[in-house]
Ligand binder design. Structure first.
Ligand code: UD1
Length: 459
């Protein structure tokens, strides 16, 4: 037996037998990002485990349907982060069984409990059964991922159409994968490019190989408007076709063929390049194997939180995005907001962004999953944005209104790598996915303030 297969068996035994106590949970945490690559970590002993969410909230939920081994799941990698947790919640509210994979490197286990509690409440109010929620605290790049995927697979015998021979292959109970687990700080990516490439690019490649092994080819990728690079500065809404990865041939009404070649323009930082490379790799994978159905969702600026005020954005480490920084100012952890640049060619001199409520983003993932299952074909891209541009000052005003207090500002120089304007064209997502935003920036601000006043101010 090879060393790989023996460690696999050891780990599987371990995963099944582990008594998953709270103590165990809090005592084990390894940040793979900081040390050696998990792919070369030889010992797979006590880091990987799973547990059903603590049962205290289960009292709230109606009975779950009994498991018969045929249930389908959506796997959410990075499912306890800011966008991941809201998407997990929406998936549960929509009746999907969910497997969350998260190493808690930028999230907290309390998020899991809160997600379950909100989903259970929703199910109780609507008198529907609570879907299954399974959590695995593992780094998606670790070998434990293989074990996990194996655990949700069945071996099936099929007959190869060409050779007529019987072949054994995996059939997974994971119907689709949403991949959020990536680093996202522009500034950090400039300081630590290899860390970003290792997680966001190498991690993705290894994950795709594992998924292929288990015949899971329905994949939703967290991309970003950052892939449009300096095209954003043209001042026009960004269309998906502004960034393509392979040549596109189109025909006009007169039957003339136009060939559009892929071009990229002004990617501003390593983070942006990781998202670009990620998309390019996915486009190549789908081109090579037509069984893949891959959607890259290009997020604009997700903000706000669930109106319950229980879930929010609570990154570990120093936040750099606008709304988390504003949260810190409201909490009194910072004296003021530094407004980066007041000389942009915009209505008030501050940069324009397309802010979108995180629950709209979450619903965009469900729309993409549904579309991918029915109509997905190769590699597709969709913007998740509102189509409305809001300046930084306007965003600040909306939060001031929600909070009923002034936010102290300092106008400072532009931040390196920033663009002046970044707004989505929303046509493709509306037409193909049947998805558009429901919430306004006012609602984003109100929900954020609700979270800050209920939770963040007390912590
Ligand atoms: C950028 C990327 C986005 C990515 C996100 C992840 C682009 C165009 N966008 O978003 O794709 O998903 O990072 O981190 O590259 N601001 C301040 N003061 C602050 C913080 C921010 O004035 O303390 C300003 C910024 O200069 C910017 C706006 O607020 O004009 C939004 O900034 P931020 O929230 O960091 O997001 P983006 O830079 O737009």
């Amino acid at each position: 037996m090879s060393s790989t297969s023996s460690s696999r068996v050891d780990l599987r035994d371990h995963v099944q037998d582990q008594d998953l106590s709270e103590e165990y949970l809090s005592s084990s945490s390894r940040d793979y990002s900081a040390g050696s690559s998990p792919l070369t970590t030889p010992a797979l002993s006590d880091e990987e485990f799973d547990f059903d969410v603590p049962s205290e909230d289960a009292l709230l939920a109606p009975t779950q349907a009994p498991a018969d081994g045929s249930e389908k799941y959506i796997m959410v990698i990075g499912g306890l982060g800011y966008i991941g947790s809201h998407t997990t919640l929406e998936l549960l509210r929509e009746g999907h069984n969910v497997i969350v994979v998260d190493n808690l490197s930028n999230s907290y286990k309390t998020v899991l409990k809160n997600v379950r509690m909100l989903a259970a409440h929703h199910c109780k109010v609507n008198n529907v059964p609570m879907p299954r929620l399974r959590f695995f605290r593992i780094d998606y790049r670790s070998k434990a991922m293989h074990v996990l995927l194996e655990r949700y697979s069945n071996l099936v015998m099929t007959v190869d159409a060409t050779s007529g021979k019987q072949v054994v292959s995996y059939q997974s109970r994971i119907a689709g994968v949403i991949h959020f687990a990536a680093y996202k700080s522009v500034v950090e990516s400039i300081q630590q490019p290899l860390r970003y490439y290792r997680n966001n690019v190498c991690g993705l490649v290894n994950l795709l190989q594992e998924l292929e092994r288990f015949n899971i080819r329905n994949f939703i990728f967290s991309s970003s408007a950052t892939v449009y690079g300096s095209k954003a500065n043209a001042g026009l809404p960004l269309k998906e076709e502004d960034l393509i990865h392979h040549q596109v041939k189109t025909q006009n009404e007169a039957g003339e063929t136009t060939i559009v070649e892929p071009t990229i323009e002004g990617l501003s930082c390593p983070y942006a390049r990781t998202k670009y490379f990620g998309e390019a790799i996915l486009a190549d994978v789908a081109e090579a194997d037509p069984d893949w159905r891959i959607v890259a969702l290009r997020y604009f600026n997700p903000v706000g939180c669930d109106p319950s005020g229980v879930l929010g954005e609570s990154p570990r480490g120093e936040p750099t995005n606008l709304f988390p920084v504003l949260t810190q100012v409201l909490k009194g952890d910072r004296s003021n907001l530094n407004v980066f640049g007041s000389d942009w060619p915009t209505r008030d001199g501050t940069a324009i962004r397309d802010f979108i409520h995180v629950l709209d983003v979450a619903r965009g993932h469900i729309a993409a999953l549904n579309w991918n299952s029915k109509k997905g074909n190769g590699f597709s891209t969709f913007n998740l944005g509102s189509g409305t541009g809001t300046t930084v000052l306007e965003a600040v005003r909306s939060l001031e209104q929600a909070a009923g207090r002034e936010i102290p500002l300092a106008l400072v120089d532009r931040r390196p790598g920033d663009v002046g304007m970044c707004v989505a064209s929303t046509e493709r997502a509306a037409k193909e996915l049947g998805w558009s935003t429901r919430e306004s920036i006012t609602k984003c601000a109100a929900d954020l303030w609700n979270y800050v006043s209920k939770v963040a101010l007390r912590s």
